[in-house]
Design a binder for this molecule. Structure first.
Ligand SMILES: [Zn+2]
Length: 271
């Protein structure tokens, strides 16, 4: 599933190819995505010039002088920039045809992604308005995490996955950051000290940044004809490593099913 680093890597991958281009046409082959692709996208976007490609949480924001297209990759979506005459596969549901003979193509086999349209300030869109701060942005720091977790008895891992607390953190990155910060993922969020909140924010930034940098090597794939960006493998310390030795102390990594998603942690290093 594309996580925040993959979405950011996608943003960096497509931005140079689409920024400044005029969208000539919108081709929707199947509008049954997570939400139906709105007809307003096809009516209002053509003729608009893409001025910037932004990101909020796991949404990509294609700003144009006609409005903003919001794109979410869902469970299995990917974007590629391909020549317009590249034959679409059965999973290539939406094309934005650009004025240089290329098109921005959404492939989404499982159709949990979304392409939406707004003419208003995108931050006010109902999907974005309630989101917490960006984990890599200036509004998210130890003080902010500390304030947002006071009085909360839920496990810290669960609060990190709550987009009202911080936007766009997935289970892999929550587990990896908690390991790096030495915090037990099951610990009640409200009982983590200010200093440890600082360390956790730092760890989150580091794992996300490392993943984005690892993704840089896949940028060339965004122009591949088959449109599959091939998400990068991270250097994971605990996630998916049940029973393997902790890279710090050698204790076997534990896995615990907690809610719908597994926790991975070192019983010695994390408390
Ligand atoms: Zn350990």
């Amino acid at each position: 599933m594309p996580e925040l680093p993959e979405v950011e890597t996608t943003r960096r991958g497509i931005a140079p190819a689409v920024t400044g281009r005029v969208v000539q046409r919108v081709v929707v082959r199947d509008r049954r995505l997570r939400w139906p692709v709105p007809a307003t996208l096809e009516r209002q976007l053509p003729g608009g010039r893409i001025t910037a490609v932004g990101r909020r949480a796991k949404y990509l924001l294609l700003d144009t002088d006609h409005g903003t297209a919001l794109i979410h990759l869902g469970m299995s979506g990917s974007l590629s920039v391909v020549p317009c005459d590249t034959p679409p596969s059965a999973y290539d549901h939406v094309d934005l045809v650009l004025d240089d003979g290329m098109c921005l193509r959404l492939r989404d086999p499982r159709r949990f992604g979304a392409v939406l349209w707004t003419r208003d300030e995108p931050g006010q869109h109902h999907l974005l308005a309630e989101l917490g701060p960006e984990p890599l942005g200036p509004d998210f720091d130890g003080a902010a995490l500390y304030a947002r977790t006071r009085g909360r008895s839920r496990a810290i891992r669960d609060l990190l996955l709550d987009s009202h607390i911080v936007a766009g953190i997935g289970n892999i990155y929550a587990n990896e950051a908690l390991f790096r910060a030495g915090i037990d993922p099951r610990r009640a969020a409200g009982r983590i000290s200010r200093q440890r909140c600082e360390r956790l924010v730092q760890a989150l930034r580091e794992v996300l940044q490392a993943a984005i940098e690892a993704g840089g090597s896949t940028l060339r794939d965004f122009r591949r004809a088959d449109g599959r960006p091939g998400y990068f493998q991270l250097d994971l310390k605990v996630y998916g490593r049940e029973g393997e030795p902790c890279p710090v102390c050698g204790s076997p990594i534990r896995r615990q099913v907690h809610g719908a998603r597994s926790l991975f942690y070192c019983p010695k290093c994390q408390h």
